[in-house]
Design a binder for this molecule. Structure first.
Ligand code: SAM
Length: 230
């Protein structure tokens, strides 16, 4: 069961990415209803340098810049102190554990998550060694920064907080919720469009038959598209 309320602290070099996303749809409503708290922190505020830089070239050479250890460690320590609940620190990284529904459920059980977003060529290794975060990846591809991955965690976790979705059954029926199958096909009005009609069983009013049809469709769809899940 997910927490009744989650506090997210997002540490980023680009805080302006977030307001639009936080102000829309389910997430905006969840924030308004006090089920979700989101605090965005600018990592540059912990820079020790005059122009608020937090990156430097890698020792040993190579392209790009790395995020330095001091601002990140000091920022995380300060952000942790903003609440009595220390929360779990998540570092967004392509080298982390892949985000799956099972991982989302674990994260949604927490009452506080601190999400650390990288940029450039990533982080100085000592950040991981010192802070020992849980590293999470959105998948086997490289993003420009961790912000989209942080949003994916927030977006997927809040769905599991009781009261965020209008009808809790939407979550129960979603793909992956049972860890094994994709959702069955769904239809809404009109009943017929360009010769394609809604399957009769869905109009039958027979709940048992509808449930059996949906269960069979789940299996068939998963076998066709994601045999690896079965
Ligand atoms: C360009 S990436 C750095 C990639 C790094 N040089 C490597 O090869 O592992 C910059 C930042 O984007 C974020 N990022 C990139 N791909 C990601 C993914 N698949 N999942 C989560 N975060 C990702 C991380 O925070 C990372 O530090």
């Amino acid at each position: 069961m997910a927490s009744e309320r989650i506090r997210f602290d997002i540490i980023t070099l680009f805080p302006q990415i977030f307001p639009g996303y936080l102000g829309e749809s389910l997430l905006a409503k969840a924030i308004e209803r006090d089920l979700v708290h989101v605090h965005v922190h600018n990592l540059r505020d912990w820079s020790r340098e005059k122009h608020h830089k937090v990156d430097a070239p890698p020792y040993g050479g190579g392209p790009g810049m790395l995020i330095q250890v001091e601002p990140v460690v000091e920022c995380v320590e300060a952000v942790r102190e903003l609440d009595t609940d220390p929360g779990e620190l998540i570092l967004l990284s392509p080298q982390g554990q892949t985000l799956r529904q099972r991982v989302v459920s674990q994260l949604a059980n927490q009452t506080r998550l601190i999400l650390l977003c990288g940029r450039y060529e990533g982080f100085d290794q000592r950040i991981v060694d010192i802070l020992q975060p849980r590293e999470i990846s959105l998948g086997d591809f490289i993003l420009n920064g961790g912000e989209v991955a942080a949003m994916a965690i927030v977006d997927s976790a809040i769905r599991l907080i009781p009261g965020v979705l209008g009808d809790e059954r939407s979550y129960a029926e979603d793909s992956f919720t049972d860890e094994a199958t994709l959702e069955f096909p769904q239809y809404t009005r009109p009943r017929e469009y360009r010769g394609r009609t809604v399957p009769d069983v869905l109009l039958s009013g027979n709940h048992q038959e509808i449930a059996a049809w949906r269960a069979a469709q789940r299996q068939q769809r998963t076998a066709e598209r994601r045999r690896d899940l079965l």
